[in-house]
Design a binder for this molecule. Structure first.
Ligand SMILES: NCc1[nH]cc(CCC(=O)O)c1CC(=O)O
Length: 320
């Protein structure tokens, strides 16, 4: 017998359909790992309302502020009301509060954006001249405007379910969403087209989850380590280092996408990171791509290459 006590692990989550679904999926995986390793853990969900949820009707880019969807959840962790928290990685700010850490990045799913479109449309090229496309992400607006200057990008708020409803209710030709959110919900048949990464660099961490815990909770850390996916972790670390170096939040057009290249036998895996910074109207779109073996260094190097081309000035101008 292992000497771990019975423990009820309380898992904090937002209460959107997506948050509840991905939290349930993580709990299923953790329960399985716990059983396999002879731990006697059980799990309980605790729903937490965040500031981001309370102001979903307001354009978030106007309200600003980093970590709108995580602050209250982090406080609950610090207070010991919950033991771990499941976040969409891309909603996690770069810096975690003292005493908290990211205990696991599980296997990442498709990081690309996708279009959910009006009946009959199957690709971005199918969108008619001047089509109305809903998104409140400056990163998505910037890159789609850049690819198709004729498109009318309009703000659309809400959780993914309400954004899909608004497609019809508000007469959009398309709405832009993360492929990952739709597939986790089992709604992949609503995807009309996947947006290739050369058209739209995804948000930092898109498609990945982050499982946050207290640094001093070694039991939880041991369990979470079993769920961690090393390759997903390296890619996300490179992207987040890039974000940190540019001091970016969700209210500036910043994107980054890292992939692991095929590692040669006995060699360290090589990462390839593409970073982008642009202006919301899509007139400016800067990209840099570099390779490296140290994720944090690679993130800083790609950021520095963009700063050399004026990225910091662009970000300062739009109030990042
Ligand atoms: N900003 C909200 C948010 N946070 C995470 C996802 C999708 C899932 C993911 O990227 O892991 C979404 C919805 C979306 O952008 O369509």
């Amino acid at each position: 017998m292992k000497e771990t006590a019975n423990r009820v692990i309380v898992v904090g989550t937002r209460q959107s359909a997506l948050a509840l679904t991905q939290t349930g999926q993580v709990i299923d995986q953790l329960q399985k790992l716990s059983d396999e390793h002879g731990f006697s853990y059980t799990f309980e969900v605790k729903k937490i309302v965040t500031k981001g949820d309370r102001i979903l009707d307001v354009t978030l880019s106007k309200v600003g502020g980093k970590g709108l969807f995580v602050k209250e959840i982090e406080q609950a962790l610090i207070d010991g009301d919950i033991d771990l928290a499941v976040h969409s990685m891309k909603d996690m700010p770069y810096e975690l509060p003292e005493g908290l850490m990211n205990g696991a990045i599980p296997l990442r799913v498709d990081p690309r954006d996708c279009l959910v479109m009006k009946e009959g449309l199957q690709s971005i090229e199918d969108l008619p001249e001047g089509a109305r496309v809903g998104t409140s992400s400056l990163r998505r607006s910037c890159q789609l405007k850049h690819a198709r200057p004729d498109l009318r990008l309009e703000s659309i708020r809400g959780n993914i379910d309400s954004r899909i409803r608004k497609l019809e209710a508000e007469g959009f030709d398309a709405v832009v969403l993360a492929t990952a959110g739709l597939t986790r919900m089992g709604w992949q048949d609503r995807i009309s087209a996947t947006v290739p990464v050369d058209v739209c660099i995804p948000a930092v961490g898109q498609g990945a989850l982050g499982i946050e815990c207290r640094t001093d909770d070694l039991q939880i850390r041991e369990l979470l380590a079993l769920l961690n996916d090393r390759e997903s972790e390296l890619a996300v670390r490179a992207e987040r280092s890039f974000l940190g170096a540019l001091n970016g939040g969700c209210q500036v057009p910043i994107g980054a996408y890292a992939v692991l290249l095929e590692a040669e036998a006995g060699r360290e895996p090589v990462l390839e990171l593409t970073g982008m910074v642009g202006s919301p109207d899509g007139e400016i779109l800067l990209k840099e791509q570099l390779r490296g073996t140290n994720p944090e260094q690679l993130g800083r190097d790609v950021a520095a290459a963009l700063v050399e081309r004026g990225a910091d000035r662009i970000l300062a101008e739009i109030g990042g």
